[in-house]
Design a protein around this ligand. Structure first.
Ligand code: NAD
Length: 499
């Protein structure tokens, strides 16, 4: 049976009215399991109007009361954590354990945002002049919107919505149309936790819905996470209309393996970070850079051995290391890149196209693949493949290895594996990339720091979550107040100074 999904507006499920819909697959079988309505302009505008109507009252709630809603939400999610992880896994294709991690990284930002009374305290200067006090406060922007990708359907909506709501904004979420069920359920749980209806609306859709959010003057700010071309489009369109925007794009994350690294640790890290979630992570490692021929030969041998033991299976299989890709287009794209790499002259050491998952012949499966002798001029190096494909680019020395991620057009994450503190310290300071791991393959920062790549992995000024998110979702108002106690000084025609 194909489930019919809805929007979530004004605290309730609202069926689609446009007549357009998208298919939500079961990536393990290839079957369509649900239909998601794609909102037109009028439906999206209705969600914005509803959010605008609810926002003022929500912003009047004191921060501690707003935080209580987030704390209650955490308890409600905890109570249905396993079904949520299973639902997420069934639409995305990542394993249930990995889907639980997707939830967990989102919940950590909700926990951070529950500290909003402290985060919103503002600044105060006593006696900036005689009888003059100055204070600044952070006020919400009003209605803000979020457009999120398929690959973290819990984590990224929560990274955006939790701080935005905590700051007193209303939030319109446009999740990925490929796996929208978890974001819809999370919105319901927010309302069950006490969020007033309309403060968080979920409108499903594609380009028309996004363009409406971009053009509507009632939307003050947009957060976007997805591929670079669309991130750039959303950023330039939003900012040209005077909106605040932070847009996070694609990636090509490198891992440098120095000759002194523990090669078994490095190989294990590469296998997990390269092939986990079938490589569908913006922080996946897709390029391994061993330094020196000896390191490269030994590393490739260890990788081949480990890939031989990997198990690809349906996402609900507890023994699967990773599941299928999200959809048929993703499968075609990744297969296309394997053909391309061979045509470009890379050595395909392990070819994942031969994978066979018995009983799941229609699923979007592809096995772990390994290219060796990839060079910087190749498209398989320059472009994001977003699948379980690891490319080895051999570097002669440290300086050459450092230049590779630094000169790549993407700059999301990077890692170095070494036992030498000097090298690690030099690398972290000089590499031209937003997030760096030292012997940590996926350096997604904790919720009270912040997440953001550099170069064409991010358009905007402020990162996601952490204190940057509080700045992004608020604007500063500064008050200068004076209590002259009956003193009359007469009119002054010079600019006021503090003397
Ligand atoms: P995507 O760009 O296809 O879609 C992202 C969102 O944009 C979706 O909500 C989608 O409906 C919407 N969209 C799609 N086409 C559009 C158009 N023409 N106009 C307006 N909106 C449109 O990305 P995806 O395939 O869902 O996600 C994978 C991508 O996201 C990868 O490139 C990955 O690296 C990136 N990503 C980046 C980060 C990060 O923090 N930098 C995190 C996760 C994913």
């Amino acid at each position: 049976m194909v489930r019919e999904l809805t929007h979530f507006i004004g605290g309730k499920q609202v069926p689609g009215a446009s007549g357009a819909h998208g298919d939500v697959h079961d990536p393990g079988t290839g079957r369509v399991q649900a239909r998601v309505p794609l909102a037109n302009r009028a439906e999206t505008e209705a969600a914005i109007a509803d959010a605008e109507a609810a926002q003022e009252e929500w912003a009047r709630w004191n921060p501690q009361r707003r935080a209580r809603v987030l704390l209650c939400f955490l308890r409600l999610v905890e109570a249905e954590r396993e079904p949520l992880a299973r639902l997420l896994s069934s639409e995305h294709g990542k394993t249930v354990a990995d889907a639980d991690g997707d939830l967990q990284r989102g919940l950590e930002v909700v926990e951070f945002a529950a500290g909003i009374p402290h985060l919103l305290k503002g600044e105060f200067t006593d006696s900036a002049g005689t009888g003059i006090d100055v204070y600044s406060m952070r006020q919400p922007l009003g209605v803000v919107a979020g457009i999120t990708p398929f690959n973290f359907p819990a984590m990224i909506p929560l990274w955006q919505a939790a701080p935005a709501l905590a700051c007193g904004n209303a939030f319109v979420l446009k999740p990925s149309e490929r796996d929208p069920s978890v974001p819809l359920r999370l919105a319901e749980l927010f309302v069950e936790a006490g969020l007033p209806p309309g403060v968080l609306n979920v409108v499903n859709g594609g380009k028309e819905a996004v363009d409406t959010l971009l053009e509507d003057p009632r939307v003050a700010a947009l957060g976007f996470v997805g591929s670079t071309a669309i991130a750039e489009y959303v950023y330039t369109t939003a900012t040209a209309r005077g909106k605040r925007a932070q847009c996070f794009g694609g990636a090509k994350n490198h891992m440098i393996i120095m000759p002194d690294a523990d090669l078994d640790q490095a190989a294990d890290a590469l296998i997990g970070a390269g092939y986990g979630s079938a490589g569908e992570r913006c922080m996946a490692i897709s390029v391994a850079v061993p330094v020196g021929q000896e390191t490269a030969d030994a590393l490739v041998a260890k990788l081949v051995e480990r890939i031989g033991g990997l198990r690809v299976g349906p996402s609900h299989d507890p023994d699967a290391d990773f599941g299928p890709l999200v959809g048929p287009d993703a499968l075609e794209r990744v297969r296309g890149y394997l053909d391309l790499g061979v045509a470009e002259g890379a050595q395909l050491v392990v070819d994942g196209r031969q994978v066979n998952v018995a009983g799941h012949e229609g699923g979007f499966f592809i096995g772990a693949s390994l290219f060796d002798h990839v060079t910087p001029g190749m498209r398989v190096y320059r472009e994001e493949i977003f699948g379980p494909v690891l490319s080895v680019v051999r570097a002669a020395d440290y300086e050459q290895a450092l230049r590779l991620p630094s000169e790549h057009e993407y700059g999301n994450g990077v890692a170095i594996f070494t036992r030498d503190g000097d090298t690690a310290r030099d690398f972290t300071r000089r590499v031209n990339t937003g997030m760096v791991g030292v012997n940590v393959p996926i350096p997604v920062p904790v919720a009270y720091h912040s997440f953001g790549g550099w170069k064409r992995s991010m358009f905007g000024d402020l990162n996601q979550f952490g204190t940057d998110s509080i700045r992004f979702y608020t604007r500063t108002k500064t008050v200068t107040s004076r209590w002259p106690s009956g003193v009359r000084e007469g009119a002054s025609f010079v600019i006021p100074t503090m003397g």
